[in-house]
Write a new protein. Sequence first.
Length: 220
Amino acid sequence: MHVIIGGCGRVGAEVAERLSVEGHDVVILDAKGSSFDRMGAAFNGETMVADITDKDALQRAGIERAGGFVATTNLDNANLMSVQIARELFGVERTVARLFNPEREDSYRKMGVHYVSGTRLVAKQLLNELRASTFPQHVAFEEGDIEIVQLLVKREGHGVTIAELEQHGDVRVGAVQRGVRARIPRLDDRLRHGDIVVAAVRRGAHKHLREIVANPFSGG
């Protein structure tokens, strides 16, 4: 896939290098040529000094054949504008904007812009580390009491089926990791001690779940 990365900060450089290693055709743009010094030896894509909101520059980068566009600069307005240009003018199927100001999330959602909020991701990870008594959280929805969490099956949960785990209606299992292998389980699949479960959970279910699962980072 041809992918264009807008912004060669630490995040943009990391994304570009990983995509390049995976075999994608990558072009990374930045307004400062010195920014490309961050690129590692594994990167075999193309660099271009350009404004990521410049339509002509995006065309030179091959946006008309791009399957993906990622905007990672430290300017929310530039990220939003470039993603809209990529999606609406050039029909790029997959676009993602980096977002710094979480207060703008509602606006991004209303415009249909896919984004990643660095502020919320960092805050979530800090809270995961701080709250040793709660399950590591992947997603928390602003409205309602549902969160996506990570659970470790304890000895008491060995042999419990997915259906039994979900029987109270406040848990829905999305994936189970056993060793290095992850899969989507069937209702009659039985959990094993040490499995990692990713599930949608109502916050009130934590007390019930602790009979079977624990925070995988606490050892409890």
